[in-house]
Design a protein around this ligand. Sequence first.
Ligand code: PLP
Length: 345
Amino acid sequence: MNKIDISSLVRENVKSLKPYSSARDEYQGAASVYLDANENPFDTGYNRYPDPQQLKLKEQIAKIKNVHQNQILLGNGSDEPIDLLIRAFCEPHKDNVVIPQPTYGMYTVSANVNAVKIKTVNLSSEFDIDLGALEQTWDANTKIIFLCSPNNPSGNLLTERKIRQVLDKFNGLVVVDEAYIDFTSSAGFVPYLKDYNNLVILQTLSKAWGLASLRLGICIAHVGVINVLNKIKPPYNISDLTQRVALEHLSKEALKNNWVKEILAEREVLQKQLLTIGFVEKIYPSDANFLLVKVTAAKETYMKLVEKGIIVRDRSAVVLCDNCLRITVGTKEENKTLIESLRKL
Ligand SMILES: Cc1ncc(COP(=O)(O)O)c(C=O)c1O
């Protein structure tokens, strides 16, 4: 159990910042005439600004995730909360973030955009947390450690006990990115929010929920952390269209669960078939909707697949991923096309 002083982590300028107060923040009731936001009065279906706090949508997500809605911040994909977290808590040119490698690339990009130093440390050969190495990497200026579980591009869940040890020992924010959590049988880290106020969870509607083009990322944390992010987020960061469509889809949890089931069954089939391909050397265990596949010559395989109109992700330049391709599990037909093409190479 770790309870840290969140306000001591916040950047000084953010602490003293007076956030922008939008028209829809200042008046939230129902009225018959709205002349407060310089909108066009003619109804296009989109002429009014959206709810800046997305209260209906948060209410629904709070129910599904079993948290309070004031523990939620919604973003334009999870990429927005990643950026907000770095901007709110890391002083450029002074603070740093720790990013175990290999992992999702946006933590590095966002830190670089914000002129925040990055300290890297390798995951183990099984792509798990190397606690000793991680502890030696963070220092007094480390504000955030990014842990991705299931990890992209390796696909595995990080060991729960190790994540808890990091939460216990590190006096800064531990971001656990659970973009792929719906593909696992793990409850993830939401149940630990009551124990750790330095725990920040990222989830998204882009994967299992099938809404990548909608751009809706979910950040769940202690209200103290969420309040800081709310202070600096753009006022109307989630469009009304996104809020409405997301609400509609969140009521179809059974459909999402069926897709997950089907994708997981297809993952097993794909894995078995890939293992029959001569140049496939290894498939790493996956808890996600993709497989990290080691082949004899990744670049050439990638290029030959491109020629056939099949795009996978060449991860061979990434640390610990020598000659690896990351392959998303597609539909039965798509996977069949992939396997047939690989057989012909
Ligand atoms: C681990 C991880 N986190 C976050 C994202 C981005 O999610 P979003 O579409 O919500 O920005 C991805 C996308 O591939 C990802 O792999």
